[in-house]
Design a protein around this ligand. Structure first.
Ligand SMILES: Cc1cc2nc3c(=O)[nH]c(=O)nc-3n(C[C@H](O)[C@H](O)[C@H](O)COP(=O)(O)OP(=O)(O)OC[C@H]3O[C@@H](n4cnc5c(N)ncnc54)[C@H](O)[C@@H]3O)c2cc1C
Length: 436
């Protein structure tokens, strides 16, 4: 349990909460009778300031880590909100179940997955996490507890799914799991030489695979703009498996160097190699490296050095996505900034369950940028110009810098959402985007 000031994954901005209040077994400490605001803090896997509360109190939820009920026949699971997805997987996979939707790391809490209505590689089929939540309990600062389901207290359900931790503290969550035959994934890889090829491949692979995502070489320019690797997968059918691989020990990046190890030179070199590296076209792979390729390098965020880094994730509507993606990639390549970790995926047409949910139909691009100060902020604002003009949106869970004006354009439902904010709750993010 963290007792020092928790940070977000991007290590930017730094934040100094006034108070840290550990919650255990859904027994939540009385909220201090002080003017400062409270905010739940899960496992800090959000990149920016959505899980930060500078000057206020943080309710540390990782101590709420008990399983409450699991029915191995129906796949209905209820657990306290501080349980990690990795802990759920350890329980359910051996019994033939899997998460209905999972983000790109398994080290997020159930509460965090609901509060950001997270999405995964199967969004085109399964929608976002909130669509698989059957119920949760919301503890409000006046001590009242609401059981919310899509039918009961439905307005609070909709506000809290994707509600950025502002409507109260989620104490437990019930989700519907999906059946799997075994823990293996049938995976396919295809190299594509430009963006148009990605669009063609995507239409073909989405029809055949529940999980799809692409890595993009964001340093490539000109005719190679938008080249990358398409990755698709499905849970293996019964009987198709291999002997379990020997356990690989996770490595840890021991400390954050003064400057980022991710720079123009290392990005270009890595991306060129990654693109050209021979890889099997089709094979069987265990599920962790397929869903969570970065989880085996613990604290990899330290590679970006002490100044930390930004993530930029936008979604661009289908009708304008091709041109807008080209423009975003061209601006990044011209800037000489960019990342090794650029991913592109199509969101399907399923409506998200939350008032403020990020996923909506279109193509979503996510990239990391070392924090080089104003130069990086200028680039990200220039990407926002493209996203705003395209009628898209930026993901708050990954954001540390978008303007209030941009946020309100991306999420016009914020006015309706505001009615559900608990009067004692706030975050650094919310104060920032409501300021100007
Ligand atoms: C490597 C990596 C890959 C990722 N891939 C994806 C991806 O593919 N798709 C995706 O959608 N996201 C992705 N994310 C982002 C991550 O899934 C979300 O930010 C998630 O919400 C983090 O959960 P957390 O438990 O760490 O919560 P935190 O980051 O600590 O908090 C996130 C939000 O949840 C609120 N919250 C936490 N617990 C509670 C609670 N009990 N009650 C009410 N509110 C609560 C907080 O107040 C905050 O607003 C990725 C992150 C990383 C580091």
């Amino acid at each position: 349990m963290a007792t020092t000031a928790p940070a977000s994954w991007g290590r930017y901005p730094s934040s100094h909460p006034h108070r840290l209040l550990p919650c255990r077994d859904a027994r939540v400490p009385a909220l201090p009778d002080e003017p400062q605001f409270c905010l739940p803090f899960g496992n800090g896997r959000s990149y920016g300031d959505i899980c930060l509360n500078n000057g206020g109190a943080l309710l540390l939820t990782r101590g709420m880590d008990r399983f409450i009920a699991f029915d191995p026949v129906t796949g209905l699971l209820r657990a306290e909100a501080g349980v990690l997805l990795s802990e759920i997987l350890a329980l359910i996979v051996p019994q033939g179940w899997f998460l209905p939707v999972t983000p790109g790391t398994q080290f997020v809490t159930l509460g965090g997955a609901v509060a950001n209505d997270v999405h995964g590689k199967n969004h085109h089929l399964a929608g976002s996490f909130g669509g698989h939540v059957r119920a949760f309990e919301l503890l409000c600062s006046d001590g009242s507890r609401l059981t919310c389901t899509p039918e009961r207290n439905a307005d609070w359900f909709r506000a809290t799914v994707g509600g950025l931790g502002l409507t109260g503290l989620i104490t437990w969550v019930e989700i519907q799991l999906q059946r799997i035959a075994n823990p293996w994934i049938v995976a396919e890889n295809r190299r594509f030489a430009r963006l148009d090829e990605f669009l063609t491949l995507n239409a073909e692979y989405e029809a055949r695979y529940p999980y799809t995502v692409s890595w993009i070489d964001c340093a490539a320019r000109g005719g190679a703009l938008g080249r990358g690797i398409y990755m698709a997968g499905m849970h293996a059918p019964p009987g198709l498996m291999k002997p379990p691989p020997s356990e690989r020990r996770a490595l840890t990046v021991p400390f954050a160097p003064p400057v980022s190890l991710v720079n123009n030179l290392s990005v270009r070199g890595f991306n060129w190699l990654y693109y050209h590296l021979p890889r099997p076209a089709r094979g069987l792979t265990p599920f962790p490296p397929f869903f969570y390729p970065l989880d085996n390098l613990r604290e990899w965020n330290r590679l970006y050095g002490r100044p930390g880094f930004f993530q930029y994730q936008c979604v661009l509507p289908p009708a304008v996505a091709r041109e807008a993606l080209r423009e975003v990639l061209a601006r990044i390549a011209a800037s000489g900034q960019g990342s090794m970790l650029a991913v592109l995926k199509r969101f399907g047409d399923q409506a998200s369950g939350g008032l403020l949910s990020f996923p909506r139909p279109g193509f979503t691009l996510a990239l990391d940028f070392p924090n080089l100060g104003q130069k990086t902020l200028d680039l990200l604002e220039s990407l926002d110009q493209v996203t705003r003009q395209a009628g898209g949106a930026v993901y708050p869970a990954k954001d540390a810098r978008m303007s209030g004006d941009s946020f309100r354009r991306y999420f016009p439902q914020w006015v309706e959402f505001s009615r559900f904010i608990d009067p004692r709750f706030s975050s650094s993010f919310w104060r920032r985007v409501m300021k100007d």
